[in-house]
Design a protein around this ligand. Structure first.
Ligand code: BES
Ligand code: ZN
Length: 622
């Protein structure tokens, strides 16, 4: 019934569009009338905009609240109000100042809208320079994860971290929370004396006596990149400009794992120009961190699940580092343009990896990425608008856009352009792109005009932009790669699958990526006996490598082989909060018809997850 109605409706819309605009060549000109408008922010920067914010916060681990104030330095472009985004915040007072006299004003909070929260409207005068908001966070601050000591790696002290992207900064700072707006910031953060605070800013390298830390971020960044972590942290350098923050028991392991970080930084600069953020550090967070990594400027936040012990999962560091150009320097204007951040970053990540470890290594990464993409397109539906690079996330959670389309289709699109004009010219183009747009934001449409001007016209390049950007699925003749190493993996698998007589000799030089390809290639109708035999020979369900164990658990559940390894499954789901691992595993249990087990495990695991992950799992298992 609903389908019929929407069919009639869309016929009507199509018809009436045609009536009104008989000459419009494509719907796109019409669709993109609003490009550049951020549907996920209440702020109206063209009227009054925040340029700098100054945070004064105290972290109370007993009440699990951040409280204090934020002072925005604003530019009033002739408005009588300035609007900020807030969500689940407790606003106590608002004051404005022209730089010499301060007065309290009556603010108003708009009604809550789903996903995006509330507007906070503050009356201002022509000469208002500063707006101070006194506030505290609430239990609804989805950005903030407050961890009990038991939830940390060392299990001795509490921990806090924030996650701003996409629209969570407004749950801990009243701000104009749009990626199209950039601010500089400074902060004074008071924490318990035995803990240390770090931010996406200039950071301390040792703990101080009084528990008060000052931060300065002099480069303008979108508010989703403001980040804070507090814990029992130590710092160890890797190179001149690189280092690691981690809990004491973890830091040496991380320094070993990421030993090539300085080289990655040099390779990245060699490719696309100078690193403009001075220092590049990584903080290894407790396992509840919901992502693999988050590119907070100067200080990437990372999951401990990439500490494999053999440096095999460091592409993730290359990825977050690459965001120092694509994303942090040149930023998507709205979340509909998310592929501009992630597609470029995957492409750049692989170029860094190629510079360090060679072409064969990157072929494996790319082939795994293309598999992910194909699965994503199947899941979303090959005609789904969610498979367009340019998204349409109005009235939706921008989180919905975080699929492999942005990442892998975005990367393939850039590879397609590279294929057309050759690497040398494409690199020149990218280098210029980053330098022409540094500290700016871009819509997809602005990118298209730039590409037309810089590449397509001068190079007479033949590329179907419309197919890549505004159409579903994958354009025909998209780039592909074939890894010889993966061919060998497949022939090994096929040779031994029939008799389960696994001869480990053939696998002794395999890297994590070959194992991942192997596990993904296992047929979905393997008998439980055969799955168990495989597991006995290779020890997958006891693997210390998070990617391998996650892939194996997913395959095993699909094959009905999971009651036998329920301890390992539960152990993994309870201790790891990284959403990329959780979603497929709970989904597989559900598909397998064992929602009961999924719910039983989730009940134990849920207290260990960040709100980003519980939001997804709650919806999945409701
Ligand atoms: N910026 C993303 C993480 C993100 C995206 C957080 C959207 C919130 C909303 C980060 O750079 C990322 O892509 N992380 C990936 C790892 C990467 C190697 C693909 C992840 O966490 O899995
Ligand atoms: Zn990314």
């Amino acid at each position: 019934m609903g389908k019929i109605i929407s069919l009639i409706l869309s016929c009507f819309i199509l018809f009436s569009c045609n009536q009104e605009k008989p000459k419009a060549k494509s719907m796109h000109t019409h669709d993109h009338k609003h490009h550049g408008i951020d549907h996920h922010s209440f702020s109206k920067p063209e009227e009054a905009v925040s340029k700098h914010l100054s945070l004064m916060l105290k972290a109370n681990f007993d009440t699990k609240k951040l409280s204090g104030s934020v002072t925005h330095t604003i530019k009033n472009q002739g408005a009588d109000h300035i609007i900020f985004d807030i969500k689940n915040l407790n606003i106590q007072a608002v004051k404005i100042s022209n730089g010499s006299t301060e007065k309290e004003v009556k603010h108003s909070i708009g009604t809550e809208e789903s996903h995006i929260g509330n507007s906070l409207s503050v009356p201002i005068d022509k000469d208002t320079k500063l707006v101070t908001i006194e506030y505290s966070t609430t239990d609804g601050a989805s950005a903030v994860d407050w961890l009990e000591p038991i939830q940390t790696t060392d299990k001795k002290k509490p921990f806090l971290f924030t996650q701003g992207q996409a629209i969570l900064t407004r749950t801990w700072i009243p701000c104009q929370d749009s990626p199209g707006i950039r601010v500089t910031y400074d902060a004074t953060i008071e924490v318990p004396k035995d803990l240390m605070a770090v931010m996406s800013a200039e950071n301390p390298q040792t703990r101080n006596e009084n528990g008060v830390y000052h931060f300065v971020m002099n480069q303008a960044i979108p508010p989703y990149l403001i980040a804070l972590a507090i814990g029992d942290l130590v710092f160890k350098p890797i190179g001149k400009r690189t280092g690691i923050y981690a809990e004491p028991s973890m830091v040496d392991k991380a320094v070993y794992e990421f030993a090539d970080m300085e080289k990655m930084l040099e390779a990245a600069e060699e490719l696309y120009g100078p690193y403009l953020w001075e220092q590049y550090d990584v903080i290894v967070l407790p396992a509840s961190f919901p992502f693999g990594g988050m590119e907070n400027p100067r200080l990437t936040f990372a999951t401990p699940t990439i500490l494999a012990g053999d440096r095999s999962l460091t592409a993730l560091i290359a990825h977050e580092l690459a965001h120092s150009w694509s994303g942090n320097l040149v930023t998507n204007a709205t979340w509909d343009d998310f592929w501009l951040n992630e597609g470029f970053t995957v492409y750049f990540e692989r170029r860094i990896m190629e510079a360090l470890y060679g072409e064969e290594y990157v072929k494996m990464l790319t082939q795994l990425g293309i598999q992910d993409l194909q699965n994503e397109i199947n899941d979303l539906g090959s005609n789904s608008a969610d498979t367009h690079l340019k998204l349409s996330l109005q009235n939706r959670d921008p989180d919905d856009g975080m699929t492999d389309i942005a990442y892998e289709k975005g990367c393939l699109f850039l590879m397609a352009m590279e294929e057309q004009i050759g690497r040398a010219k494409f690199d020149q183009f990218l280098k210029k792109y980053f330098s022409d747009h540094k500290f700016q934001t871009l819509t997809t449409e602005e990118f298209i005009s730039y590409v037309k001007k810089e590449l397509i016209e001068p190079e007479k390049m033949d590329i179907d932009l419309d197919a890549w950007i505004y159409s579903p699925g994958l354009p025909k003749n998209h780039p592909t790669v074939v890894s010889n190493k993966f061919d060998l993996v497949e022939s090994y698998l096929n040779k031994h699958l029939g008799n389960s007589d696994w001869n480990k000799e053939g696998t002794k030089d395999w890297s994590t990526h070959e194992w991942l390809h192997f596990i993904r290639a296992i047929p979905t109708d393997l008998s439980i006996d055969k799955a168990q035999k495989l597991d006995q020979v290779f020890g997958f369900s006891k693997s210390g490598n998070s990617e391998i164990i996650a892939a194996w658990l997913e395959t095993s559940i699909g094959n009905g082989y999971y009651k036998e390894i329920s301890q390992e499954l539960e152990g993994f789901l309870v201790s790891v909060g990284r959403r990329k691992f959780l979603t497929p595993l709970y989904k597989a249990l559900k598909t397998q018809g064992d929602l009961a087990l999924a719910k039983e495990i989730y009940e134990k695991a849920r207290p260990n997850y960040h709100a980003v992950s519980t939001q997804t799992m709650d919806a999945l298992l409701k």
